[in-house]
Design a protein around this ligand. Structure first.
Ligand code: ZN
Length: 225
């Protein structure tokens, strides 16, 4: 019996952390400096934004992960993608610019995603409130079953993040393969030999939010501790 629990536990850990580890490895594998490329990630992002007539969209450096902020209209890139001259930097920059293009064109799937993600703040607050109230309820009612139910409710609420990011995956795939890859190919920003590597990076970039949502599930357990 303990062996089965061990195997299930290991599988669960692999399922939760696996995607994030895979994404980091892909970014790192194709993150080597390539002086032959025409520019770094920030320069390419600026160039592609200007090409798309999105002159007012800014490009910034961040430590919080590559993303496009639709409220501030800013493409934010990790330092290694902002300043790096690598396949990873180029592909990630093109991916994030594609979100700015989806936004500017008013694509309904992108608008739906932004709306859903903005609502996740409330889901997070509700999950936190339930968790913070759990010890109080336990003191008053003295029922561990109720406290466990509360923790379960918080985990389930947190799982909504995952559901939102899985159902909005088409927006990510459109950014990577509907827009970024054709732009990189057509504009000859990468040589034909570099395209398979770019494709892996674009695939990893598309799964970033799903991987992050999986890891936040574990954060609930961290709160409890
Ligand atoms: Zn994306």
């Amino acid at each position: 019996m303990p062996i089965i629990f061990g195997i299930v536990g290991l599988l669960l850990i692999a399922l939760i952390f696996g995607p994030r580890i895979w994404i980091r490895r892909v970014f790192k594998r194709h993150g080597a400096d390539r002086p032959d490329l025409p520019g770094n990630g920030a320069e390419l992002a600026r160039h592609l934004l200007d090409e798309a007539d999105l002159h007012s969209v800014q490009v910034e450096k961040t430590d919080l992960g590559d993303h496009y902020d639709p409220e501030a209209r800013v493409v934010r890139l990790l330092p290694q993608h902002h300043d790096g001259r690598s396949i990873s930097a180029v592909a990630v920059a093109a991916h994030e610019v594609s979100h700015a293009v989806q936004h500017a064109r008013g694509e309904p799937a992108f608008a739906r995603r932004v709306d859903l993600v903005s609502k996740l703040v409330w889901v997070e607050r509700a999950a936190l409130a339930i968790l913070l109230l759990a010890p109080l309820v336990f003191l008053v009612v003295k029922s561990p079953a109720l406290a466990i139910l509360q923790i379960l409710a918080a985990v389930l609420l947190q799982a909504i993040h995952l559901v939102v990011h899985v159902v909005t995956l088409p927006v990510e795939f459109d950014a990577s393969f509907g827009k970024a890859l054709p732009v990189l190919t057509r504009g000859r920003y990468l040589a034909a030999g570099d395209l398979p590597a770019a494709r892996s990076v674009l695939q990893a970039a598309a799964f970033t939010y799903v991987a992050a949502a999986l890891v936040t599930l574990i954060n609930v357990l961290r709160w409890i501790r």
